[in-house]
Design a binder for this molecule. Structure first.
Ligand code: G6P
Length: 367
């Protein structure tokens, strides 16, 4: 089972279909089933007392960290600085006394992230790693480790490990918010319920495979692709673009929807589909108005939304994929799945080596 693809054509496809199980297993690790409340193991830092938090990672793990930044700032009210490890380690930013840091990594061996971890420790920061490999260097060297329960990931482009990282960071934001008193009982109940629904919703999304395949047929013809999102969906837009580049070799960019008018709007034409991550919620209207700007310039809008957002988007979008309606907290986790699926199907249509894309390595252990 460890090395087999089962009935799947690629490891990536197999791993995509493991989302419901992996998200459930990871959630159960950090959630008390009886009380339905988040139960983190003892953290190496006092969540109520830390002045700020640094998050450092590479690739998709960095983008998970970026979502973590949005969540921790919003719900735990801790200022978070997130940066790619290759930049962070040479930037020499000022670090507060009593500060803490999170390193996110599937392998736990990525050279830049490992170097950032060592540097953070030298600089007196308390470190927490979010890793998938329990015996990895980062699991051992950090003051504590929160494990993603994703199982082995063979496909070079991360899928289930990425969403498992999001799940751990969501639980961490919730747990820290509780410890700091920034999340009240009612909000905690709502957010916990939202996370508990994620595995089931992940399974529903995987059943929409045909629809995403149809979308992939259009995307496969593109020269460039623009992914747009706002708030915690912005890092997911970047993840969608990263995944598409990695395995289909189509040029793609992930952009903050509100920033589109400062550059990418110049690219918009029939050959550049705009893929929107636009769930209903506090930023929905703002995102819609950005998408309308793109549509008005001849852009072809392909949107991931939910039943509440769909009627609005159908007014001007070429494709609308309806995902389950969830609390805004859980939306980034659920939107990550269809963008991964889309990249997968585009790559299959392009005939690339999905599991072993050219020039990429599963774990980059040299600088
Ligand atoms: C490589 C992989 C990516 C991964 C990144 C970080 O680039 O292709 O999928 O996100 O490394 O790896 P890590 O093991 O630290 O999560």
């Amino acid at each position: 089972a460890l090395t087999g693809k089962g009935n799947h054509r690629h490891f990536m496809e197999k791993e995509l279909h493991e989302h419901p199980a992996v998200l459930g297993d990871t959630l159960r690790q950090y959630l008390e089933p009886s009380s339905r409340s988040v139960a983190l193991p003892e953290l190496p830092f006092d969540a109520a007392a830390i002045p700020s938090l640094t998050i450092s990672a590479c690739g998709s793990a960095f983008l998970a960290g970026q979502v973590g930044k949005y969540w921790i700032e919003q719900y735990a009210r801790v200022p978070v600085e997130a940066d790619v490890a290759s930049e962070w380690r040479y930037r020499d930013p000022p670090l507060p006394k009593g500060g803490a840091a999170i390193l996110v990594s599937q392998s736990g061996e990525t050279a830049d992230t490992l170097a950032a971890l060592k540097l953070l420790k030298e600089r007196g920061q308390t470190t927490l790693s979010v890793v998938n490999v329990p015996e990895s260097s980062m699991a051992r060297l950090a003051d504590a480790a929160l494990l993603t329960v994703a199982g082995p990931e063979i496909g070079v482009a991360s899928t289930k490990a990425f969403t498992a990282q999001l799940m751990v960071l969501a639980c961490l934001a919730l747990g820290m918010g509780r410890a700091r008193g920034t999340i009240d009982d009612a909000t905690a109940a709502t957010l916990t319920a939202a996370l508990l629904e994620v595995p089931e919703h992940a399974a529903e999304i995987l059943e929409r495979d045909q629809e995403i395949q149809a979308l992939a047929v259009e995307v496969a013809k593109a020269r460039d692709v623009l992914f747009l999102g706002r708030g915690a969906l912005f890092p997911i837009a970047m993840e969608g673009a990263l995944k598409l580049k990695e395995i289909s070799y189509i040029h793609a960019e992930g952009y903050a929807a509100g920033e589109m008018k400062h550059g990418p709007i110049a690219l918009i034409d029939q050959a550049v589909p705009v893929i929107a991550l636009a769930p209903s919620g506090p930023l929905f209207e703002k995102t819609v108005s950005n998408l309308q700007e793109a549509a008005a310039r001849g852009g072809r809008i392909m949107a991931f939304t939910d039943a509440i957002g769909a009627p609005v988007l159908r007014g001007f979008a070429e494709h609308v994929v309806e995902l389950p309606v969830v609390d805004a907290f859980a939306a980034p986790i659920l939107h990550a799945i269809p963008v991964q699926l889309l990249a997968y199907h585009v790559a299959v249509l392009k005939g690339t080596d999905v599991d072993q894309p050219r020039n990429l390595a599963k774990s980059v252990t040299v600088e």
